[in-house]
Design a protein around this ligand. Sequence first.
Ligand SMILES: [Zn+2]
Length: 160
Amino acid sequence: MQRYRVLQDSLLCIEDSVLKTLKKRCQNSQMNERGGILLGKVTEDYSQFTITEVSEPSVEDSSGPLYFHRNQARAQKIINQRWKESDGEINYLGEWHTHPQINPIPSGIDYLLAWESVYKNVTEIDTIFMIIVGMTGNLYIGYQNRGMKKLERINIIPLR
Ligand SMILES: [Zn+2]
């Protein structure tokens, strides 16, 4: 399990199995972008978020070398199903996708999606994490909640 500091008093934890899955999805230049959703747990006081699973890309998503658009109906079905199966413990925590970059950074569309997700969609937690996976497995991890103007990079130096 990797732990990262999000804001002064909250932590993001990512289970090893999730990191392994994401790194397996590294993009090479021949491939289209791929992605899915992040699912996991949040403590009642919002001091700790734990990403426990990710959805895999599907044929219902549309993607090209420089864009990825996931199928919303399929994602919503997964969110509802996991929420039910876990008695409300597993929630939607955000989005992941690949970029054809060594050191991935969000595009303008990524910033817009994060902003819309926090301010326009009614999500359970008013918070979104966005993980972008680069071609060699480097990760960008961003975070936005209500009160933040834009997605901000999380310090990804693991805590001891
Ligand atoms: Zn992107």
